[in-house]
Design a protein around this ligand. Structure first.
Ligand SMILES: C[S@@+](CC[C@H](N)C(=O)[O-])C[C@H]1O[C@@H](n2cnc3c(N)ncnc32)[C@H](O)[C@@H]1O
Length: 265
């Protein structure tokens, strides 16, 4: 395919709304207060750092999740920890935990995907989870939707360097592309709380498609706050699943929710 074109308090420099989006509107950049999802954007921008090595536990998890694509994942991490920092996409304090808290935290979704399907990742930022998953699953097509120009440009350069042919980048807000994107799975991490995330993600789902939303400690409160939205959006009851148990020191929390097929509505 071709390119078309955090419990952290301190947003990345870009997240202050100064960057113009394609529509000229300003993006909803920061996750809602109180969210406990890991984000990459912590601290001030400092000179680029070397990518850290993997601990024995991380190496085992990375080999399990990336298999023979581990080298590509390592190159992605090097980009994150160098140009990703230069571009303000990654807070320098995230470097020591880039594998555990970010790349592996996202890659645990990879075994959940089915070959030949299409995944849309809303608010990809520096490619999490979309790019990490595209590396792990070359047999799945990915559409990364991100409104901020600098992020899309950075993503495009990384996709090119990694020679990934299963990634399409769209610079837009999710709500602007409901007519052009139809995915079997929609993913998102650290974009906004569930109640606001459902209207952004559900319209991109094909009939019977599934949301796989990485969440943090606030997940049950978010589900409660969004309880009426699930039926309004014609979704089945959500489930909360821990992925990566026995593999990651801290498993990832995922909200899974399938769209009801048109026949069943
Ligand atoms: C806190 S960052 C998280 C980035 C990445 N998912 C991660 O976990 O590191 C939130 C991202 O969502 C994007 N975003 C905000 N509102 C959006 C919308 N309506 N549609 C698509 N992306 C959006 C922002 O531009 C930003 O890159």
């Amino acid at each position: 395919m071709s390119d078309t074109q955090h419990d952290h308090q301190t947003p990345a420099p870009e997240d202050d709304g100064q960057e113009q989006m394609s529509s000229g509107k300003s993006a909803e950049h920061a996750p809602d207060a109180g969210m406990a999802e890991p984000t990459l954007e912590t601290g001030t921008v400092e000179p680029a750092q070397e990518a850290p090595g993997l601990t024995a536990g991380e190496l085992h998890a990375a080999q399990t999740l990336f298999g023979d694509r581990l080298g590509l994942a390592e190159t992605y991490v090097k980009h994150l920890c160098s140009t990703g920092i230069d571009h303000g996409l990654l807070g320098p304090r995230e470097v020591p935990r880039i594998w555990s808290r970010h790349v592996l935290n996202c890659a645990v979704l990879a075994p959940e995907l089915t070959a030949g399907t299409t995944v849309a990742d809303v608010g990809s930022g520096a490619g999490l989870p979309g790019l990490a998953l595209a590396i792990a699953r070359p047999d799945v097509e990915f559409i990364l939707i991100e409104p901020m120009e600098r992020r899309v440009e950075w993503l495009s350069s990384v996709v090119q360097d990694l020679q990934l042919d299963n990634v399409q980048l769209i610079r837009a807000r999710a709500e602007e592309v409901t007519d052009e994107v139809m995915a079997d799975v929609v993913t998102a991490r650290a974009v906004t709380a569930l109640k606001k995330l459902l209207p952004l993600t559900v319209p991109l789902l094909d009939d019977d498609g599934e949301l796989l939303l990485l969440k943090g400690r606030s997940v049950h409160g978010e589900i409660e706050a969004a309880s009426k939205s699930f039926s309004r959006h014609k979704l089945h009851k959500p489930t909360v699943q821990l992925l990566g148990e026995g593999l990651l020191e801290e498993p990832s929390t995922v909200v899974r929710c399938r769209r009801r097929s048109a026949r069943a509505r």
